[in-house]
Design a protein around this ligand. Structure first.
Ligand code: SF4
Length: 398
């Protein structure tokens, strides 16, 4: 947390601990790699900005730098394009002349970029420890066991997997292998509608939604009008997911027990408190927030929706935003004529996203200048083929 961030968010206090305690070799089972080399420039090096600019200029059109909305300002300053994970992967694929795609985001995003880009392009993640706690909550082995439970309950043939973009390539591959689709927070409604109705119209379908239970529940209940009781939660840490075969048969949506550690922090109490703190405030949250928070908010939408809504908001209006802090800070800076505050009193960055900093970026770019491709992310071809089928299905959603 920097002083300037606190200055921009009055009434907000720093969180006492980093949200996720990640680091070198801290979590060998996670979806991300964790080995991070020690030969980084010092964060205090005053020439870092100049070094990054010089390396970028030397690489020219051979390089394309992508910056996710949740990245630090110091990194975003070097991004050729900013956006959400899917838009960034698409942008990378649209630049076949770029030999090196430096993805300033997290591991699953770099995997998606590798799947969508050509074989002549290398996708690099400046810090391999930049993972995603949500993606880590659904391992391939766990999801395969879940599918076996669905087979045993006699419902697998009628179940369509719908996986959020925020999942590993292995989960995307599983989804494609079983005829499902990927979704983003912008198109989750269309993905669920498609999954429930595609195939035989006389045989109602079921959805296995991976890995974010909140996005799945919020979309099913708030946007499709299903009842909360139509959804069950499959807990991969319990035998049979903690569900009976009858519960699996009765459910319309089987939600995976995963969540975002950043968006999951917002509570109904945060909404109540900000309404008291900021008179006339409009509360706008991301659909990765818990269902009760989404119900208590005034507006709900993806990062794209949040950005567009604030762009269109009248001067003098007041907003409390429930999404990652780097983005909220940038929006507050971009709209000095509006009051834009972070929804919670305790600030919380996505700590894995924040692992990509200027020293890692400089190290990555200078390595490329020296002819070394470092931290390349590659997806095994068979997995990539099925994952691409699921991504293509998303692009073909009606
Ligand atoms: S904000 Fe949440 S879902 Fe996004 S990368 Fe961070 S932990 Fe993952």
């Amino acid at each position: 947390m920097t002083t300037s961030a606190l200055d921009l968010m009055p009434g907000v206090e720093p969180t006492p601990l980093a949200l996720l305690l990640l680091g070198r070799q801290s979590d060998p089972d996670s979806e991300r790699g964790v080995d991070c080399p020690g030969e980084l420039p010092a964060a205090s090096d005053p020439t870092l900005v100049a070094r990054a600019a010089a390396a970028k200029a030397t690489l020219g059109d051979r390089l394309f730098v992508l910056g996710h909305h949740y990245q630090r300002d110091e990194v975003i300053a070097f991004a050729d394009v900013t956006g959400d994970s899917f838009r960034l992967a698409q942008q990378a694929a649209a630049r076949p002349e770029a030999e090196f795609i430096v993805f300033c985001g997290v591991h699953f995003m770099a995997e998606a970029a590798d799947i969508l880009t050509g074989s002549q392009q290398a996708v690099l993640l400046p810090d391999l420890a930049a993972g995603c706690s949500m993606a880590d909550m659904a391992s391939f082995e766990q999801v395969e066991r879940c599918w076996e439970d669905l087979v045993a309950a006699g419902v697998a043939a009628d179940t369509v997997p719908v996986s959020y973009m925020n999942s590993s390539a292995a989960i995307k591959g599983f989804t494609g292998r079983h005829g499902g689709t990927i979704c983003t927070s912008s198109n989750a409604r269309r993905a669920l509608e498609w999954a429930l109705t595609h195939g035989s119209p006389t045989r109602p379908r079921k959805i296995l939604f991976l890995p974010d239970q909140h996005l799945g529940r919020n979309t099913a209940v708030r946007e499709l009008g299903l009842a909360l009781s139509d959804c069950v939660v499959y807990d991969p840490h319990k035998p049979g997911g903690g569900l009976t075969a009858q519960q699996l048969r009765d459910a319309t949506v089987i939600l995976w027990k995963g969540h975002c550690s950043v968006h999951g922090r917002f509570t109904v109490e945060s909404v109540r408190e900000v309404r008291e703190r900021v008179p006339g405030v409009t509360v706008l949250v991301h659909p990765e927030c818990r269902h009760e928070v989404v119900l208590a908010a005034d507006l709900v939408g993806s990062t794209d929706y949040i950005i567009k809504t604030l762009d269109a908001a009248p001067a003098g209006s007041s907003w409390a935003i429930g999404t990652e802090l780097n983005l909220v800070r940038r929006l507050a800076k971009a709209h000095p004529d509006k009051t834009i505050v972070y929804l919670d009193k305790t600030v919380c960055f996505c700590s894995t996203m924040n692992r990509i900093d200027l020293p890692h970026l400089v190290w990555t770019l200078e390595s490329l200048v020296a002819g070394r491709v470092v931290h390349q992310i590659t997806v095994e071809p068979d997995t990539a083929r099925f994952a691409k089928a699921a991504l293509d299905q998303m692009l073909a959603l009606p």
